[in-house]
Design a protein around this ligand. Structure first.
Ligand SMILES: Nc1ncnc2c1ncn2[C@@H]1O[C@H](COP(=O)(O)OP(=O)(O)OP(=O)(O)O)[C@@H](O)[C@H]1O
Length: 237
């Protein structure tokens, strides 16, 4: 289990995350819903070791504290981040991008086996191995980003707005691929503004407003929640 206990993040005097606590199990999908500037990216970056958490914050992986680890150490511990904007290398091919994600320290399976799993999840990547990523569509680039993160053999995958800028049909395909990833036992933490689609695919969710958790529940509960409807789904729709 991955646990956040009282996670607080500050940029100088600005409090971006205030005492956030939550848990994520292997094989489950949890979504963090929040408007622009709510702190969603900061939450994932703190978990991934990209930004520093304040004193008193605890990030705990299977009972062991991992607070303060560097990004590469967090990846070695089994947590992979798919950043906003995807972070793929446009001037490299699909294959080169995937190999960048391979992590010898977590080589429970050899690189070729990881690659086969990625092709199983995203068959198109196998067909496009030699294509330069910058020539790919947004949806295909998102496949490369998720595939690359999967190459590190993570137990937990953190995804920053995986649906951003994608057409609805592509978003549906992406969430189907993510569901396939959870079937392999990986836990997913997804931050999203696309409330309907993400709740449809998630087990549970949290509402993040101005750096604080203001609500939580199963996906069905959140879809039925007045505050969620009001904030994200256009009133009573
Ligand atoms: N490096 C930084 N320096 C100063 N302030 C920052 C920094 N990064 C984020 N912030 C501020 O922290 C708050 C939370 O930002 P964050 O990017 O985590 O929100 P978000 O929910 O991901 O927003 P968005 O959906 O717009 O990406 C915002 O007010 C933002 O301006």
């Amino acid at each position: 289990m991955l646990e956040l206990r009282n996670l607080t993040v500050r940029y100088d005097k600005h409090l971006a995350l205030d005492d956030v606590s939550l848990t994520l199990d292997k094989g489950e999908t949890v979504v963090i819903l929040g408007a622009n500037g709510a702190g969603k990216t900061s939450l994932l970056k703190a978990m991934a070791g990209v930004v520093r958490a304040d004193a008193g914050s605890q990030i705990v992986l299977d009972g062991a504290p991992i607070t303060g680890l560097r990004a590469d150490q967090v990846t070695n511990a089994g947590i992979a981040l798919v950043p906003e904007g995807r972070g793929v290398v446009g001037l490299m091919t699909v294959e080169e991008n995937l190999r960048l994600g391979a992590n010898p320290k977590r080589a429970r399976a050899v690189e070729a086996e990881r690659m086969e799993l990625v092709f199983d999840i995203f068959p198109r990547l196998k067909e496009r191995l030699g294509q330069y990523v910058r020539t790919m569509s947004g949806g295909e680039q998102q496949m490369v980003a998720v595939g690359r993160a999967m190459m590190s053999n993570p137990d937990y995958l953190l995804l920053d707005e995986p649906s951003l800028g994608l057409a609805p049909i592509i978003v549906t395909d992406m969430f189907k691929a993510l569901a396939r990833i959870t079937q392999t036992g990986v836990g997913l933490l997804i931050v999203e503004q696309n409330v309907r689609v993400s709740l449809k695919h998630a087990d549970r969710g949290f509402l993040l407003e101005a750096g604080r958790i203001t609500g939580s529940g199963t996906s069905a509960e959140l879809l039925d929640d007045d505050a969620v409807r009001h904030a994200f789904l256009g009133g009573n729709s």
